[in-house]
Design a binder for this molecule. Structure first.
Ligand code: NAD
Length: 483
């Protein structure tokens, strides 16, 4: 019997109230790594109660001391760096280098949280009226929670947890049941910090646990990252229950390539965007828009490079692309490819049915390129979340901007060009939260806010950066006169 994961509540590891579990499966080897409990409302109640009980003492713990925990956390995470990267590979299927990149990005959020004492300061104005001063003070609110996706099991929870607790709140994480073990490891490391009991809590589960978090009267705010249909549910449910919410959703990211782009360098970069993480990134380039004469050289170079990508088990250093998350995901992606062909796209490189020696049952989809994709096709409009790149042809720059802005998503868009004028026009006119200029994955670093537009984001304040200070604190106004 494989290990059944436990919840971490009030400083102790406790079993879920539910006996039902789901296997966590390594998508390359098909080995069952652990069993994750199908967490219940009562599990969430316990975690929120522990977080609520911890809040008053924690918020009055000096902010410098709260920040000190982050220095210690950083040291511990560096010590366990390779262990985390290995687990991310095992439960998610990405390559080891991609997992290392993820762990590094997660740690950068811990770095950023060490700056909280200077970030959280309020502001003051003297003499707003005769002898009267006005101050805005930032205060934490109470219990916050994060509901996170499978594709970055280590990094995404760290977009929120360090800032939430260093600003003085207490926290509950509900990770994806597909990849819960990275959080199990993280909470074992958090345990070594000797934080006061209840400051950080972990609850496993799926929909029932998520709904319990969103509906709980003592949860003041929810950070969600996942697909757009669920992001909409989260936004609506949290609003209905009177909480703050930031809901980061799915994506369909376009990459425009101008004829004046450095083709070899651009395609090398587009490879990472489209096929990194087997296309399971919210910033994955999904449609390349070839402008005018860029089409022929771009297509030839894309096919040449993508055909050479070595697909394999992420723990083998020679692998350049790992698995998708599950057999079900592979079947869904392969169906989207087939449907794209039915819609009229042509297959330029077919990754369906790929087999990797020694991992014949693994959930591999090889790099796939579809040509002749038109803006109204489903394959051009909807998120594939797999290693599938569509090529669309447009006559000029304005047509490229137009097709990009027709998307109902707005997470990211990139342009490859050597023209400053086109680059500037692109960033000015394209409706997306993250713009890459000769950069295929425009991922905001920890001190900048990260979030999309349109159906890629629901809420006001994004994750990370100064937005997170606003999200995790309230501005209390004090107006004072001393007679
Ligand atoms: P998902 O929406 O299926 O699940 C995300 C979380 O929501 C999980 O914790 C899951 O247990 C929970 N959940 C699932 N269904 C639910 C429901 N009906 N009610 C309540 N909770 C529910 O997403 P996923 O498949 O884990 O992740 C992939 C998606 O996440 C992609 O769409 C990707 O674009 C998106 N994503 C977005 C960003 C971003 O920053 N915008 C970052 C990473 C991933």
């Amino acid at each position: 019997m494989t290990k059944v994961l436990k919840n971490y509540v009030g400083g102790a590891w406790i079993a879920s109230d539910s006996a039902a579990t789901t296997p966590v499966v390594n998508p390359a080897t098909c080995e069952t790594l652990a069993q994750v409990p199908e967490g219940t409302r009562s599990d969430v109640d316990k975690a929120v109660a522990a977080a609520k009980a911890a809040f008053n003492d924690w918020r009055s713990t000096p902010v410098m001391s709260r920040a000190q925990y982050m220095y210690r956390l950083k040291t511990l995470l560096e010590e366990h760096f390779e262990e985390f990267a290995k687990m991310v590979v095992e439960e998610n299927g990405k390559t080891r280098d991609e997992a290392r990149g993820e762990v590094r990005r997660g740690i950068e959020n811990v770095d950023y949280a060490t700056h909280v004492p200077s970030l959280i300061r309020g502001y003051k104005l003297e003499d707003v009226s005769s002898g009267i001063d006005e101050t805005a003070e930032r205060q934490p609110l109470g219990v916050f929670a994060a509901i996170t996706p499978f594709n970055f099991p280590f990094m995404v929870p760290l977009w929120f947890l360090p800032m939430a607790i260093t600003t003085g709140n207490t926290f509950v994480v509900k990770p994806s049941p597909q990849t819960p073990i990275s959080m199990d490891l993280l909470f074992h490391v958090l345990e070594e910090l000797d934080l006061p009991e209840g400051v950080v809590n972990l609850v496993h589960g799926g929909k029932e646990a998520s709904m319990a978090v969103m509906e709980h009267p003592d949860v003041r705010g929810v950070s969600f990252v996942g697909s757009t249909p669920v992001a909409k549910i989260v936004y609506e449910t949290c609003a209905k229950h009177g909480k703050r919410v930031q809901a980061q959703g799915g994506a369909k990211n376009y990459i425009a390539v101008m004829p004046d782009a450095n083709m070899a360098a651009s395609v090398a970069n587009i490879m990472g965007s489209a096929f990194g993480g087997a296309g399971q990134r919210c910033l994955a380039g999904s449609v390349v828009v070839a402008v005018g004469d860029a089409y022929e050289p771009l297509k030839a170079e894309l096919i040449k490079r993508a055909s050479g990508l070595r697909v394999g088990y992420g723990l083998e250093e020679t692998s350049q692309m790992g698995t998708v998350i599950s057999g079900a995901a592979r079947a869904r992606i392969e169906k989207m490819i087939a449907d794209g062909l039915t819609e009229g796209a042509q297959i330029a490189l077919d990754g369906r049915g790929v087999k990797v020696d020694g991992f014949e049952q693994g959930s591999f989809v090889g790099p796939t390129i579809l040509d002749g994709v038109e803006p109204d096709m489903n394959i051009a409009r909807e998120e594939v979340f797999g290693p599938v790149l569509s090529i669309m042809r447009v006559p000029d720059f304005d047509a490229a901007v137009e097709v990009i802005n027709r998307s109902h998503y707005g997470n990211a868009a990139s342009i490859f060009t050597s023209s400053g004028k086109f680059a500037r026009e692109f960033k000015y006119r394209v409706q997306a939260g993250n713009i890459g200029i000769n950069v295929g994955v425009a991922a905001a670093t920890a001190s900048f806010p990260f979030g999309g537009q349109k159906d890629s984001f629901f809420g006001d304040l994004h994750g990370q950066g100064p937005d997170s200070i606003d999200f995790f604190t309230d501005r209390k106004i004090v107006i004072e006169r001393w007679l």
